[in-house]
Design a protein around this ligand. Structure first.
Ligand SMILES: [Zn+2]
Length: 411
């Protein structure tokens, strides 16, 4: 499968049922991969009729096609990010700046004294967790898109099912997301991706052409809502992060005594789209080790415990430890569109969750580990990957870019 960029513009207001939304705020800014896949599937059924082998390949085979979420920017802010309580956001957007707290976390777990808690470098206020989406502008500066959509409520008159006239006293409210007029010169686009096998991509393109690029997404589609203009663009190039350089730099700031030795390799594993993880007994878990047998388990939640107090796990003649994890669960409310009934809720490891692992081993062990990580990045992790869940990002350069020790203090 190759990964392709997807761009979307709202052509009409969108209704997404509350029970499908995340508790976190990005739920209101994004269209889930589940909804995008559903919209493509509906277009397919309209054109071809009953589902056949080709339908199953497009919408049910996660090794042939995966639909990522549509977000206001291409990158997800990790759960290690913090910003000023009063004026949160990037310096470059005129806000008080973003700091990533991964290095301080690693320091305490790797035997360094922990530094004073960071405060806002502009106004001295406390920092608070900072979530959402970001991307680099063409000049290389980070930015956070804001205010794409406005939340409103539409009041509707119910239609009597028997007489097809307005039913007396039947009024109902729908939560609606309305596209905002974008700032001059900017289009309010949503960004996502589709991973598709070579034979699948033309079928998706044909479906879009057939619909004049307009898919109907979300609920209340029959009432004129949810028209979204969707285009599939070029292939997404592989992320160009040098993992060894990432490891050296992060270790230099979090554990200088290990950075000098070549037998240590530190890496992060992030879940930008969230993941549905279960353990060997099919219980929901926060631990990727439940699904990746060669990964060590999460450390016990004891802040005084250091990494080397734990046994770790043997890997390719060396040892692998989980250093820390910044993660949480979110209830993923289910809705069976076909039956119009709720389905069983699942537990999602939230978007932006970060895990960090340390390997101690020789060059060949490290090479074997790199190969495993490349595999993991390509395959993803956990259940419902064709709805975009379980995307894996190794060594997110966000942590290097916004690490407090590395950021330059400008007056
Ligand atoms: Zn501030």
């Amino acid at each position: 499968m190759k990964r392709y960029r997807v761009e979307a513009e709202l052509a009409s207001p969108l209704v997404i049922r509350r029970e499908r939304q995340s508790q976190r705020s990005e739920g209101a800014q994004s269209i889930t991969g589940t909804l995008l896949r559903g919209a493509f599937a509906q277009a397919w059924l309209q054109r071809h009729g009953a589902p056949d082998a080709s339908f199953r390949r497009l919408f049910l085979d996660e090794h042939a096609c995966r639909f990522g979420p549509l977000d206001p920017a291409v990158r997800v802010i990790p759960r290690t990010a913090f910003s000023c309580k009063r004026v949160p956001g990037f310096r470059e957007d005129g806000k008080h700046g973003v700091v990533d707290q991964l290095v301080p976390l690693l320091r305490s777990r790797l035997g360094q004294t922990s530094a004073e808690p960071e405060r806002c470098r502009v106004c001295g206020q406390d920092l608070k967790a900072f979530s959402g989406f970001w991307q680099l502008k063409s000049n290389g500066e980070p930015t956070e898109p804001k205010g794409l959509w406005r939340r409103t409520v539409a009041v509707h008159v119910g239609i009597d099912r028997l007489t097809h006239t307005a039913a007396e006293k039947v009024l109902f409210n729908l939560p609606v997301l309305e596209p905002q007029a974008p700032p001059a010169g900017e289009a309010s686009r949503l960004h996502g991706w589709i991973a598709a096998a070579d034979d699948v991509l033309p079928a998706l393109q044909e479906l879009l052409r057939d619909q004049e690029q307009i898919l109907r997404i979300g609920h209340a589609r029959t009432r004129g809502y949810g028209r979204v203009r969707v285009t599939i663009g070029e292939e997404v190039p592989a992320a160009a992060v040098d993992w060894s350089a990432w490891s050296r730099e992060m270790l230099r700031h979090s554990a200088p005594q290990l950075a000098a030795e070549e037998r240590y390799f530190l890496f992060s594993l992030s879940l930008p789209t969230g993941a549905i993880l279960v353990d060997a007994l099919l219980r929901y878990t926060l631990d990727p080790a439940g699904m990746v047998p060669w990964l060590p388990p999460l450390p016990p939640p004891n802040p005084t415990l250091r990494v080397f107090d734990l046994p770790g796990k043997e890997f390719a003649g060396g040892r692998l430890w989980c250093v820390t994890a910044v993660t949480s669960h979110d209830r993923l409310r289910g809705w069976n569109v076909a039956h119009g009934l709720p389905r069983q809720d699942e537990w999602l490891v939230t978007r932006g969750s970060v895990y960090v692992y340390l390997y101690e081993g020789d060059k060949s062990g490290q090479a074997e580990l790199h190969a495993k990580l490349r595999e993991l990045e390509a395959d993803g992790l956990g259940a419902r990957r064709n709805e975009g869940f379980g995307q894996v990002l190794i060594c997110d350069d966000f942590h290097r870019r916004f690490s407090p020790q590395l950021s330059v203090v400008t007056p």
